[in-house]
Design a binder for this molecule. Structure first.
Ligand SMILES: *Cc1c(COP(=O)(O)O)cnc(C)c1O
Length: 339
């Protein structure tokens, strides 16, 4: 029985063509700046997204950490969402390793942080307070796309108060594809509101490893130092960057297929007794079920070869390695449990 793994878009295997690109990638020692494939990836993503420079990172967590540590010094503060990866899901790294204080805010239903909440969280210049230095947003956030008008307003507010603005764009291209039109141009438009952006290649883009942090030359120089300190200076990293470069060229537009399948999944679950299905905007479907039934449902799905997670709510993520038949099997298994 083929396993339908809907736990995350991180579970994708590199395709045969991606593996070929990895095998064929010219390599060098990236700590010396000598790896042509890493350099090509960094140059290409920076140019695509409208930044001066970029830096290849082993993980999105390290990419975000280096970004936060480059924007903020010891005793500084960043404003961030309660459910943001850079706050909740990175082991407290900014505080532990960076001595940076998070100022978490509750999200609005659309995933945004209310401008009034941001405004009132910015501390005055007073010795009682940490120095508020940064606003960190995430897009997509919980699979939701933040509107461009919101990004513009939030960035305008933050910059007007002397803050920098960072985007955890782990799924930047999912947001760009969901907006319609040319996804590369849309991604660039999103990025125009930020001083730095971190993009994951190991999620829906299907690479086995890797994220890229983008920003100004001076910012990337600072991040490069932190990356070395964090143990992220990799050697013949082009074998990995080759996969990301391939994904950038070949796996961006196809994210639309994942979004369509998430839609199909949500439609298949709509109206089932005991389920509340959130209409997906991208590739993540959240489903609420009575807490006492959640584990039973997950166990049943597992017995039918369908994997999902349920840390807060049930979550089903579509990706490169899930097709329409897999989604139908997932829907059938959920229906079977509830009937
Ligand atoms: C996955 C993810 C990251 C980075 O995760 P790594 O597993 O460290 O690569 C960062 N932000 C968001 C929103 C993510 O989903």
């Amino acid at each position: 029985m083929k396993i339908i793994d809907l736990r995350s878009d991180t579970v994708t295997q590199p395709t045969p063509a991606m593996r070929e690109a990895m095998m064929a990638a010219p390599l060098g020692d990236d700590v010396f700046g000598d790896d042509p494939t890493v350099n090509a990836l960094q140059d290409k993503l920076a140019a695509t997204l409208g930044f001066e420079a970029a830096l290849f990172m082993p993980t999105g967590t390290q990419s975000n950490l280096c970004a936060l540590m480059s924007h903020c010094q010891r005793g500084d503060e960043y404003i961030v969402g309660q459910m943001a990866h850079t706050y909740r899901w990175e082991g407290g790294g900014a505080a532990v390793l960076g001595s940076i204080q998070p100022q978490p805010l509750n999200h609005q239903p659309d995933g945004s942080l209310a401008l009034a909440d941001i405004e009132s969280a910015i501390k005055p210049d007073d010795a009682h307070f940490a120095r508020t230095r940064l606003l960190a947003l995430e897009n997509t956030i919980g699979g939701k796309v933040l509107p461009l008008s919101y990004l513009a307003a939030a960035s305008h507010l933050a910059r007007g108060r002397g803050l920098n603005v960072h985007l955890d764009g782990a799924r930047l291209f999912n947001a760009a594809v969901a907006m319609g039109g040319d996804p590369y141009a849309q991604a660039r438009t999103i990025c125009s509101h930020f001083d730095s952006v971190s993009v994951c290649f190991s999620k829906g883009l299907g690479a086995p490893v890797g994220s890229v942090l983008c920003g100004s030359k001076a910012f990337i120089k600072a991040a490069h130092r932190w990356r070395k300190m964090a143990g992220g200076g990799m050697r013949q990293a082009g074998v990995l960057a080759g996969a990301a470069l391939y994904a950038l060229d070949h796996h961006v537009r196809r994210l639309a297929d994942d979004h369509a399948l998430a839609q199909t999944l949500a439609e298949g679950l709509q109206g089932l007794p005991g389920l509340t299905v959130e209409q997906p905007q991208t590739n993540i479907v959240f489903v609420d079920v009575a807490p006492e039934r959640a584990q039973g449902l997950l166990d049943h799905l597992k017995s039918r070869g369908v994997l999902a997670t349920g840390l807060y709510r049930l979550r089903f993520v579509t990706h490169l390695d899930v097709d329409a038949e897999g989604v139908q099997r997932a829907v059938a298994a959920i229906r079977e449990y509830l009937s």
